[in-house]
Every structure is written in structure tokens, then in C-alpha cells.
Write a protein that binds this ligand. Structure first.
Ligand code: TLP
Length: 345
């Protein structure tokens, strides 16, 4: 049976064009700075995100960690959302490896920190306290239905960061989903932050990799941190070749995924056993819950969907599921999920 995988957009296989480009890629030793395809990818990402330089890294987690280690020292503190990927899903890396204390704050329904709370959280100079040094943001906001946060928020955060000599990093794992939904050029957002990490291996379908961008000095230091973390790769042009297609072509088709997420949310809203607010769906993520009186438990739903229709869903504890649309999900897969849930519940 063919698997229809809605668990995440991380499950995407490379496209046929990517596989061809990977086979034909020119390569060199990237730790020596000699891989032409990696150099091209870093330059393209930097240009698209309006920053002077880029660094190809192995994953989104590594891009965020390298950014934090580059911006902050041991004993520093990073302000971040209590539902941020950097806080919840990265194995505590900034604390474990960087000695950076996370300072989690609540976020609103689209993943924004409250600006007054950010101001209050910034510490003065006192030897008892960690030093406030960094603000970590995320767009789209994975912990908030993949919401797209508009640029004015980043402009306001920027002003706060500048007033207190803090650095501002954006986890832009799905930045292109956010800017597609907002119909903006990514630079409208990235011009307000010091560094951005974008993922090539989620909705953009590349098999591996992220790019971290920022100014030249920052990237030179980040390169050292990448080596320290064992992230210096050799003939990485094989991977970067897919990344070039991800940036050039796959960023242009994300509306399709967002339309399918809408189609799914609308379909699910017609099912009595499902609780969903379709109006919160803005990008490629659909979160929904099993009604309290549903005939099956959440693990039974996951098991039955897989056994009967080959469909996989993400499970977010309690009674909440996540379905993520991506390149390999077609309209008929969306309809199959709605129909299968209708049948089994
Ligand atoms: N997110 C994954 C899981 O880790 C939850 C997913 O399936 O959504 N930032 C954001 C906002 C992310 O959603 C992710 C991956 C990352 C960073 C990390 O990327 P990778 O997996 O490349 O380390």
C-alpha cells in the first residue's frame, strides 16, 4: 500500500529534478571553502534573504544552534517563546552546548511575544543575573498552526533589541511559507533581524540542509561554530545542488500546499467527531482535535488510518493531531484523509 504521509513536510523526498541535479553536481571540499555548488547556494540564499553572507548547515536545529552560539556567550540569556522550536524541540541545545539560559515567555495566537513582557524580561547589569543577549523568533510559527507573522512585529522587536544591544535571530524553517501567505518578499521580514536560518528540507523538498545567513563577520564566526559542532561537510555540493532547486523553484509553488491545507481544514470541519477552526489555517499546517465523544481514542485513530488507508498523521498529545501538506500530497490524498476519518469515526 502506498503511504500518504501528513506527519510533516520533513518527510518530503527530493524531486526528480533534484535527483538529476545531485547526480551532476560539481563538488569540492567545502571545509576548504572549495565546493562551487555550496558557494552558489550560500550566495543565493544570502541574496534572497537580503544578507551579505550565508552558511550551508546540516539541519534547522544546527542552524539555530550555530546562530545562538555565535551571537551569545556562556552565561548569557536568550528570550524566546515558550512554544518556540528552539525551546521545545531542539534538545535544549542552547543550554546544553552553549551555556545560554533560555528565558521562555508566552506567545499569542500567532506566535508573537508580548513586547512589554520582552522589555520587562531584559535584565540590567548585575553580577547575580545572566546577561540578556539574544531574542529568538520563529516564522511561520509551528507551535501556532503554522501562523504567518507580519513584518511590523519584527520591526518593533528590532527597536527593542537595538535599544538594549541584543541580537535578534529568526528561525525561518518555514519562512517562505509565511511570506507566501503574507504575499511579501522575505526581505520585508529579514531586514529586521540579525540572522535567519531557513530550511531546504521541509516544504522545499531538498533531502538535507538549511542555510544560515547574516553579515560577513557573523558568518565567519558561525563557520567556526559549525566546525566545532562537527558540521563541516566535505563534498556537500551533492546536497547543495538540491538546495538550489529548493530555493529557485520550490519556493514558487507553496501556495498549492496552502490551498490544500485549506481544502483539508474545510473538509474536516464537516465531520462531527473533529473539532477544528479552519480560519486559523494560513500556511501548510492543519491542527485538529478529536471530539470528546468520538468513538475511538487518538492512538486508535492513528493506527486505523494507517492500516486501512496508508495515511499517517502527526499526534500532538492530548487529543490533537497535525496534518502538514507538501509537494507529495495531492488533492486526492486530502480527500482520502477526510473520507477515511469520516468512515472510521
Ligand atoms: N520541526 C519538525 C519537528 O522537529 C517538530 C516538524 O516536523 O515540524 N525550526 C522549526 C520551526 C521546525 O519546525 C523544525 C523542524 C526545525 C526548526 C528543525 O529542523 P531540522 O529537523 O532540520 O533540525
Amino acid at each position: 500500500m502506498q503511504t500518504i504521509d501528513f506527519r510533516s513536510d520533513t518527510v518530503t523526498w527530493p524531486t526528480p529534478a533534484m535527483r538529476e541535479a545531485m547526480a551532476a553536481a560539481q563538488v569540492g571540499d567545502d571545509v576548504y571553502g572549495e565546493d562551487p555548488t555550496v558557494i552558489e547556494l550560500e550566495a543565493l540564499a544570502a541574496e534572497m534573504l537580503g544578507k551579505p553572507a550565508g552558511l550551508f548547515v546540516s539541519s534547522g536545529t544546527q542552524g539555530n544552534l550555530i546562530a545562538a552560539l555565535t551571537h551569545a556567550q556562556r552565561g548569557d540569556e536568550a528570550i524566546l517563546g515558550e512554544d518556540a522550536h528552539t525551546f521545545c524541540w531542539e534538545a535544549g541545545g542552547i543550554a546544553v552546548l552553549g551555556g545560554i539560559t533560555p528565558r521562555p515567555l508566552p506567545t499569542d495566537h500567532i506566535g508573537r511575544l508580548d513586547l512589554d513582557q520582552v522589555r520587562q524580561a531584559i535584565r540590567g547589569d548585575n553580577p547575580h543575573w545572566p546577561r540578556s543577549r539574544l531574542i529568538l523568533t520563529e516564522n511561520s510559527s509551528g507551535g501556532n498552526h503554522g501562523a504567518a507573522i507580519p513584518p511590523d512585529y519584527f520591526a518593533e522587536l528590532r527597536a527593542i533589541a537595538e535599544a538594549h544591544d541584543l541580537r535578534l535571530h529568526l528561525d525561518g524553517a518555514r519562512l517562505f511559507n509565511a511570506t507566501t501567505a503574507l504575499q511579501l518578499d522575505p526581505t520585508e521580514i529579514t531586514r529586521h533581524v540579525d540572522s535567519v536560518s531557513i530550511c531546504l528540507s521541509k516544504g522545499l523538498c531538498a533531502p538535507v540542509g538549511s542555510v544560515l545567513v547574516g553579515d560577513r563577520d557573523f558568518i565567519a564566526q558561525a563557520r567556526r561554530q559549525r566546525k566545532l559542532l562537527g558540521g563541516g561537510m566535505r563534498q556537500a555540493g551533492i546536497l547543495a545542488a538540491a538546495g538550489l532547486i529548493a530555493l529557485r523553484d520550490m519556493t514558487q509553488r507553496l501556495t498549492e500546499d496552502h490551498d490544500r491545507a485549506q481544502r483539508l481544514a474545510t473538509g474536516l470541519a464537516n465531520l462531527d467527531a473533529i473539532a477544528i477552526d479552519p480560519t486559523v489555517v494560513q500556511t501548510n499546517m492543519v491542527f485538529f482535535a478529536l471530539a470528546p465523544d468520538a468513538s475511538l481514542s487518538p492512538p486508535e485513530v492513528i493506527e486505523k488510518l494507517k492500516a486501512h488507508s496508508g495515511i499517517q498523521l502527526g499526534f500532538y498529545g492530548d487529543r490533537t493531531f497535525r496534518a502538514v501538506t507538501h509537494y507529495w500530497i495531492r488533492d486526492e490524498h486530502v480527500d482520502a484523509l477526510v473520507a477515511a476519518l469520516g468512515e472510521i469515526l
